[in-house]
Design a protein around this ligand. Structure first.
Ligand code: NAP
Length: 251
């Protein structure tokens, strides 16, 4: 079994989907430094995934990276198989991979709708179902889904995204009830606006206008979400919750 040498205080294996950039990359870095065995999943950003791996290696921390399009069941199966081959177990699954898209509802094509739902919601179904086979056997596990404020409030011109994220919230609550007796906790984090490439289309003026609507008057950082992920992993009594981290944007 491959384990981190630097700070081997935990012997737990984590899969982070969409770990190559943004929030996922921050979660990878934080948990790797805490000594978790990491499988960083990426799809298109191979160079970025390798960069994270190499940077951590310079600090004597070894992580695994694995390319898989998590919107496809067959690729998710390969991700799970790879993880079990490397680390023999899956303790924690972070369903973070996601895409966004702004469009008038009346103009969304079937293809765009399906891509959004497959990437943001079906991926959570596939990854959770495949990982749960191992977790239920072990009677231990933790699943954290990265949802969104729009899954709670709905976002204008983001109907498909909002529907997918609301789906994640329903899945989180229902699954938490179903697998609680197997000692598996399922929670979601619903970020407000976080400084990542997902918001790169926003102008400075648009960002300032959004900040004015936020009581804490700032845009969140990926580390704001990563810290909550770490807390949820370490916690033992929280399940079925959708935790809003949004600077007070929606209370
Ligand atoms: P980001 O910077 O655009 O990164 C998205 C990540 O998802 C990338 O690592 C990307 O990997 C991965 N991904 C996309 N499609 C994938 C697929 N089919 N298979 C595997 N990986 C895939 O976005 P982010 O802001 O970090 O977002 C992370 C999560 O937070 C998403 O679920 C997003 O909806 C949620 N969120 C973000 C915000 C925000 O304001 N940023 C707010 C609320 C919720 P590759 O590049 O390798 O393809």
């Amino acid at each position: 079994m491959e384990e981190n040498k630097e700070k081997n205080i935990v012997n737990k294996t984590v899969i982070i989907t969409g770990g190559s950039r943004g929030i996922g990359a921050e979660i990878v870095n934080l948990l790797a430094k805490e000594g978790y065995n990491i499988v960083l999943n990426y799809n298109k950003s191979e160079a970025k995934a390798k960069q994270i791996q190499e940077k951590l290696l310079q600090e004597n921390i070894k992580i695994e990276i694995f390319k898989a399009d998590v919107s496809k069941r067959e690729e998710v199966k390969k991700l799970i198989k790879y993880t079990l081959e490397k680390f023999k177990t899956i303790d924690i699954l972070i369903n973070n991979a996601g895409i966004s898209g702004q469009k008038l509802f009346t103009e969304i094509t079937d293809e765009e709708w399906n891509t959004m739902l497959n990437t943001n919601l079906n991926s959570v179904f596939y990854c959770s179902q495949e990982a749960l086979k191992e977790m239920i056997n072990k009677k231990q596990g933790c699943i954290i889904n990265i949802s969104s404020i729009w899954g709670i409030t709905g976002g204008s011109c983001e109907v498909a995204y909002s529907a997918a994220k609301a789906g994640i919230n329903g899945l989180t609550k229902a699954l938490a009830k179903e697998v609680g007796l197997s000692n598996i906790r399922v929670n979601a984090i619903a970020p407000g606006i976080i400084e990542t490439e997902m918001n790169s289309q926003l102008t400075e003026q648009e960002k300032n206008e959004i900040k004015e609507e936020i009581p804490l008057n700032k845009i969140g950082k990926p580390s704001d979400i990563a810290k909550c992920v770490k807390w949820l992993i370490e916690d033992t009594y929280t399940t079925g919750q959708i935790i809003s981290i949004n600077g007070g944007w929606y209370i």
